[in-house]
Design a protein around this ligand. Structure first.
Ligand code: AMP
Length: 343
């Protein structure tokens, strides 16, 4: 159990929503709900990224889907990370995981080079152009979950080879909620394995262009229907600076992205979104439609911070009051009065 997280988070949400009734967690004398530290397991890439945007460039900095996810989720719940790095992985990079109290017992150090990704963004910051992907140690990686990870109730299969996502799923016992992410690289290269993953998850998070590609359907609403028929009960389509759309059974929910003046590097926006989303669900230990709607706003909050600097620099420096204030700012952004009754 980590310090103030649960209590602070509930104070934030209690005040933001005014009338929240949670089926989980107990209410304290203070009127504050305390969340359970249920925990999230994540498998994904831990990478050395080289990224160029119109505002600057960095080389071989800490990145990877699991790194962004874990750091964002660690503000809300206990996080256990499964992945692999090579001999060249700088030990300073592990310090961030330790500082965020992320469990890295499942992060293997293997012979060879760390996974590397190089990408570029033009002035349209919504779409990364992949310049180079080197799987390196991920080519031989076979995840072995430490015993303590196997009971994780919340599981996130971050963007990585879908065959590895399946291997992790095979090792967890009856998780309560499983979500996954993917990208064009795997849609093109490992479609069959990806379809097998989709049959076993509760939620898929995916970029808009990749949703179209996966469904082979240009209309986003029709594409969502086609993807839901592939297996997941819910789907979140990420639309970069235009927000995120959730399809949950027959309901639809839209969250805007927070309009920012200072966007430097969109890398990891999707993963920090997923980290805020899953971390929040684990904190409240509730997967109702209402909780998922709050979780989307928390995901959008974490993504909005992440894009304010390169690599994980902004998340590293983030404080809880900043998260609380931006969550509330989101509420203000979409809050409007109903029309008066017509005579
Ligand atoms: P996003 O949240 O979509 O911006 O994810 C960016 C991160 O995904 C980068 O830090 C990359 O290291 C990582 N990444 C890029 N391509 C792949 C891939 N094919 N498999 C796993 N991770 C990747």
């Amino acid at each position: 159990m980590k310090g103030f997280r649960g209590v602070e988070l509930y104070r934030l949400l209690w005040q933001a929503s005014g009338d929240r009734q949670s089926a989980h967690g107990g209410q304290h004398d203070t009127g504050v709900y305390e969340g359970g530290d249920v925990g999230v397991l994540v498998v994904g890439s831990v990478a050395l990224d080289s990224v160029k945007t119109p505002f600057g460039a960095v080389e071989n900095v800490l990145g990877g889907s699991a790194s962004y996810f874990s750091t964002a989720a660690s503000f809300f719940t206990d996080v256990s990370l499964v992945g692999v790095v090579g001999e060249d992985f700088p030990s300073e990079a592990l310090a961030l995981f330790r500082a965020r109290e992320i469990n890295i017992d499942g992060l293997e150090r293997a012979q060879g080079r760390t996974f590397r990704w190089a990408g570029e963004y033009t002035y349209d910051l919504n779409e990364a152009i992949t310049l180079d992907t080197q799987l390196n140690v991920f080519e031989q990686f076979r995840p072995k979950l430490p015993a303590a990870y196997q009971d994780s109730p919340y599981v996130f299969l971050a963007n990585i080879d879908p065959e590895l996502q399946i291997e992790v799923l095979n090792q967890v016992k009856r998780p309560k909620f499983v979500a996954c992410d993917t990208m064009n690289f795997w849609i093109q290269g490992k479609l069959e394995a990806l379809r097998a993953v989709l049959q076993r998850v509760d939620l898929l998070t995916i970029n808009e262009s990749e949703a179209r590609q996966l469904a082979r359907e240009p209309n986003v609403v029709k594409a969502a229907g086609a993807i839901l028929r592939m297996g997941p009960k819910a789907l979140i389509i990420k639309r970069g600076e235009y927000g995120a759309l959730m399809f949950n059974g027959s309901t639809m929910f839209f969250a805007p992205a927070y309009p920012l003046e200072s966007v430097y590097d969109p890398t990891g926006a999707g993963d920090s979104f997923a980290g805020g989303f899953m971390g929040y669900l684990a904190n409240v230990d509730d997967v109702s439609e209402e909780a998922m709607r709050q979780a989307i706003i928390m995901g959008s909050t974490m993504a909005s911070f992440n894009v304010e600097s390169f690599s994980l620099e902004r998340l590293r420096a983030l404080s809880y009051p900043e998260i609380r204030d931006r969550f509330r700012a989101f509420k203000g952004l979409v809050n409007f009065a109903d029309l008066p009754e017509t005579p």
